[in-house]
Design a protein around this ligand. Structure first.
Ligand SMILES: [Zn+2]
Length: 98
């Protein structure tokens, strides 16, 4: 009888522990938003202008966030602002030079 009780306690502990592990993973995901719109240093912004209209959408708060269409910044949830490809290129350089 006693042996069964101990087994049950260990099993319960394992379930609680694994539950906590999953919760931690979810929190990390929310902390660092992963988005293809976040461009890395040295990105060729002219290659991002897929429709070739010479315009790109960029977050005025986060110059590393660039899209070829009007989208929402994954970092601050603001709508992106239209820039020329040249402006977007200067902006992202300024961002990474700071
Ligand atoms: Zn932003």
């Amino acid at each position: 009888m006693g042996h069964l009780k101990i087994t049950a306690v260990i099993l319960l502990g394992l379930i609680i522990l694994s539950g906590c592990g999953e919760e931690k993973k979810d929190l990390q995901k929310e902390k660092v938003p992963q988005s293809e719109l976040i461009r890395s240093e040295g990105t060729d912004v002219s290659a991002l202008d897929i429709n070739g209209d010479g315009k790109l959408y960029q977050c005025p708060m986060h110059f590393q966030v660039i899209s070829d269409s009007l989208e929402t910044c994954p970092l601050c949830m603001m709508d992106l602002v239209e820039y020329t490809v040249a402006e977007a290129g200067v902006n992202i350089q300024n961002h990474y030079n700071h």
